[in-house]
Design a binder for this molecule. Sequence first.
Ligand code: JCF
Length: 674
Amino acid sequence: MGKSRESGRIEQEIEKLREQLNEHNYHYYVLDDPVISDAEYDRLFEKLKILESQRPDLVTPDSPTQRVGAPPLKEFAEVKHEIPMLSLENAFVPDDITAFDQRIHDRLETSSPIEYCCEPKLDGLAMSIRYENGLLVQAATRGDGATGEDVTENIKTIKMVPLRLRGDNIPRILEVRGEVFMSKSGFDKLNSLAQKKGEKIFANPRNAAAGSVRQLDSQITASRPLEIYCYGVGLVEGYKLPDKHSDILKRLSHWGLRVSSLVEVVKGADGCLTYYQHMSHKREKLPYEIDGVVYKVNDIALQEKLGFVSRAPRWAIAHKFPAEEVNTIIEAVEFQVGRTGALTPVARLKPVRVHGVTVSNATLHNMDEIQRKDIHVGDTVIVRRAGDVIPEVAGVVRKLRPGSAKKIILPTHCPVCRSAVEHVEGEAVARCTGGLFCAAQRKETIKHFASRRAMDIEGLGDKLVEQLVDTRLIESVADIYDLTQTQLENLERMGEKSAQKLLEQIEKSKSTTYARFLYALGIREVGEATAKALANHFRTLQALQSATEEDLQSVPDIGPVVAAHIAHFFQERHNRDIISKLINAGVHWPLIKESNHLPLSGKTFVITGTLSNMSRDEAKERLEKLGAKVAGSVSAKTSYVVVGVDPGSKYDKARELGIPILDDKQFHAFLNKF
Ligand code: JCF
């Protein structure tokens, strides 16, 4: 008796702490008006952690303690956006905005002024976050707008993203769309820390945010200062949203979602342009980078009438700020050799600050571009850095050209290996013909092989690869697997521990997937998607190696050019040798079986709610490995519905249709049978 009363008390206490912490989070992040000190918050948080450690059975996925990150993933699952994630049309000058407003009047056949909802346009990456019955169940990147990547675990580490919506009148399904970004100060802190630790420096806040969200290890994401502002919705079920965009944003913020406080409703193109002026003055003082402002028709009924053109709505437009430009001098031009031998001219600049970032290199793309812009060494040039992109040379200040200016000439021989450079007429790029004889191509090939989305050899970064190739410890990707502890220890800046760690990672990489392996080989034009398609089509390496160009073209999306590159790659004796060496070294992957041989072939599963012992992705992966399909919605064809905590409408539908339901425990027992 006493025991259970005690346990009830702990349960209540935990519940109360969670509520308090969530409410304080809301005050701190959404209202920007904290009611308690940071220390007081930490105290409550610690208390909750202690209680939860005493009662792990009471830990729920929406507890504020559940933001530390989950075990690393091998790769991100795909998420299909039921409602596509749109992009925005861009505008640059006031005339573009008056034309936009005019188009809207014309389409709606009205002469009364249109109301617009204005907001800053953040420079980050777009995200769709799905709440089911108030619980955060999934977060996905925009991807191509139709399919994105499942980054749920990463987004859950962002403290200002509520794990559960607050208040009442919670929709059954709410997909919130927003921009994840990094503040200027968060970015600076992250980079100075990275510099101290000798890690990779990010070029700008946008890259830092994107790199942080697309981390397979969410514990790393948890350490990154990410933020979000929500700006819209996708799928919404079980709730009637307000009929003005500005009121929808208010509703979102009531639910605990962070919405920009700089949103303003204005009338007509003039109102938009005044807002633009206002924001361009504010821009420098804002704690985060913005690259423009967004105007949206505020009336949702009018939005619906206006509809879309391709992937952008007719009812919204992004009014971009001009990219910042500064003058500097080109001190030299060097040619970099890429993985496939492509020579890229890079300008070495007299360092200048653009947008608070020091720029000392700019890509010149290719020789055609140099000619078109008439760029010489010694020229004063205008360097432009638009938020996310690599700095580029916008143009030359001709009247400042010194008499000593030198023409830029494509080298006839590779600057790295001295092999002949080939410049096919009509093609923009020139290439070194040295192939893997060229140390630069070798280095790039090995870097690619070891990279995260390929063989994922942690610790074998760019610098180390260069060192290993320069010291001739490795010549090909196969040599990675012959490296020894002594060899590594003798390298500069490498200790016993890190050598050991690296060898462990190398060993670990031997267990991979067929698609990753194919991607890692670095066959020209074979990206991740093509590698996956090849793996699915030719289930064994043997089948792929003996495929003709014609066979290859029967794979979806593989045309004659890519087919020729693939066939050529496998015809090369050298490549076949390397592949044999890799396989002999122990590189392996699970056999891709004919799907109808698997125990759950032909069965379709739907998962709803939160499972206690595994993420949805894991559940999906395990089912798919057994040959089952995992679908997003319940229909008569569904074989089983797996139901976790707080299931959505799918549960009701399954019951309605009489489809077998597996609860958490039953599902585990079910999986364990195989
Ligand atoms: O801040 C942004 N980058 C941003 C992107 C803001 C918005 O209101 C957006 C957007 C992309 C698409 N709205 C749409 C419809």
